[in-house]
Ligand binder design. Structure first.
Ligand code: GLU
Length: 510
């Protein structure tokens, strides 16, 4: 019988969630939903030394914002809880003990200092030390010591860890859904710690026990976990859970824009883009890292960006809704090689979603920005401004740059345009245009446009030259949407003021 698809996202709350992690969660989610399965959130906080306050809440808020819903897990509930590993602490010991009983694991009593000394001895001979099948016999553990010695140490509460005992000369085969068969010789692997002296399991033990107890069918995670996978496969064997072992899929890395190496927070700082979904303030250093949400990205755009970083649809289509992605997502189309982050493409995606966004919604956000700058405008006015400049923007924060002239008179005038276009008779011609505009009672885009154009034509003037100077008077530069849209929105009085000021100012100070 086919197993029900159950996948999990299992972050460690060690800081803000990197977008690579968001992509891992997204692929898990798409896969689960495509197959009518469950998507779980499990918090892997077995390494208490790396715990960062606020990180768990951050993770939950980030997925809330993205609209990626968990069916089960931390903060949601479900039949397989608790879903935070520190809350599951008491249940792991019995599994570690089971492995000791079946000789798949052993107690290791070496103190950190003792291990350090051994490491140094190895270094002297230019060798790397590894606790493994070749070295364990010479170290202080329940395999090298007698039963009595071991029992005495245990009775005296000597600190110990429990290590996995890799068998010698065994070929371990991983069947990865993305990479195919990956083989590894057990002699190269170190006897990883499963259970620590602080009474906590390590990631490896807790992860396998939980995946088993939570009936996880597929493990979809980052490529950085591939080296741990032989141990995981062996743990399933050791526990006798091979029949229900999840299928593995290791996702390609998210690479720096230049392509060499993993995308890091530093790349974001260096190149000016967020690597976290939400803004994050480090609780200790108080350093703030930017987030996609605060930068003005839409959750839909972030999903689209991430979906296509490492997966392709096999078609030309680039804009997908979450439902469409669920429909067409397949693990087969995930690539093996790393995916380069492309900032321009990321902005392009946001631009597409920005254009689809209703103007009143953008205007509401824009009003907040205006207020911060000290301007009070009506929603109607802001909406009109948005409709005129939206096309040139990808983020609400960019609107001000494209539309400040609706709220501020020009303080300076572009010298390049003056040099090229401002002629001796320009002030007179602009004065005539001001008179014409003044005489129009129905001050609409059509009437003003027609009046100015017919004046230019009738007097056989240079259209480009006059229009450029008129724009210069109103905007101060050569940019902006249709000039008649601008003058109608600022109104007749303001338009005439600006033309008169330009006539009085330009050319007078040189
Ligand atoms: N806790 C691991 C992490 O932080 C999970 C790895 C896995 O999915 O097995 O990425």
């Amino acid at each position: 019988m086919e197993r029900k698809v159950r996948v999990r996202f299992a972050p460690s709350p060690t800081g803000p969630l990197h977008i690579g992690g968001v992509r891992t969660a997204l692929y898990n989610y798409l896969f689960a939903k495509k197959h009518g399965g469950d998507f779980l959130l499990r918090i892997e906080d077995t390494d208490q030394t790396r715990f960062v306050p606020g990180a768990e809440e951050y993770i939950i808020e980030a997925f809330d914002w993205l609209g990626i819903k968990f069916d089960e897990g931390q903060g949601i509930g479900g039949d397989y809880g608790p879903y935070r590993q520190s809350d599951r602490k008491p249940m792991y010991k019995e599994y570690a003990d089971k492995l000791i009983e079946t000789c798949w694991a052993y107690y290791a009593f070496d103190s950190p200092e003792e291990l350090d000394n051994v490491r140094k001895e190895f270094e002297k001979e230019k060798k790397n030390f590894q606790y493994d099948c070749n070295t364990r016999a010479a170290l202080k553990n329940s395999l090298s010591l007698s039963k009595e010695e071991t029992n005495t140490l245990l009775e005296n509460n000597t600190p110990y860890v429990i290590r996995f005992k890799f068998p010698k000369d065994t070929e371990i085969i991983i069947h990865d859904l993305i990479r195919g068969e990956v083989r590894m010789n057990s002699n190269l692997l170190d006897d990883k710690v499963l259970y620590k002296s602080d009474g906590m399991p390590t990631y490896h033990l807790a992860n396998i026990v939980d995946d088993h107890l939570m009936k996880i069918s597929h493990v979809i995670r980052g490529e950085e976990w591939l080296p741990s996978c032989p141990l995981h496969v062996m743990l399933y064997k050791a526990f006798g859970w091979e029949d229900t072992m999840p299928k593995f899929a290791h996702l390609p890395l998210l690479l720096k824009p230049e392509g060499n190496g993993k995308l890091s927070k530093r790349d974001g700082d260096r190149l000016g883009f967020p690597v976290f979904p939400l803004e994050w303030q480090d609780p200790i250093s108080k350093e703030t890292s930017s987030g996609y949400r605060e930068t003005g990205y839409f959750p839909e755009a972030v999903i689209n960006i991430l979906a296509l970083l490492g997966w392709n649809s096999g078609t030309e289509q680039e804009i997908f809704t979450l439902e469409e992605l669920i429909d067409i997502f397949t693990i087969e189309r995930i690539s093996k090689s790393g995916a380069k982050f492309d900032l321009e493409k990321a902005k392009w995606f946001n631009h597409q979603y920005f254009q689809l966004m209703p103007n009143d919604k953008i205007a509401e956000e824009y009003l907040k920005i205006l207020k911060e700058k000290g301007f009070n405008a009506s929603l109607e006015f802001a909406e009109k401004v948005v409709s005129l400049v939206k096309e040139r923007c990808s983020f609400v924060q960019e609107i001000w740059d494209q539309s400040s002239f609706f709220f501020l008179r020009p303080e300076t005038y572009d010298q390049k345009i003056i040099k090229k276009r401002w002629k001796e008779d320009t002030p007179q011609r602009l004065g005539e245009i001001a008179d014409i505009l003044n005489s129009i009672t129905d001050f609409s885009v059509e009437t003003t446009d027609q009046a100015v154009h017919s004046f230019i034509e009738k007097n056989e003037l240079n259209m480009g030259q006059i229009m450029n100077c008129l724009r210069l008077s109103i905007v101060g530069e050569g940019k902006g949407p249709n000039l008649f849209e601008i003058i109608c929105l600022i109104g007749k009085e303001e338009t005439l003021e600006r033309i008169n000021t330009a006539i009085e100012t330009i050319g007078k100070n040189e």
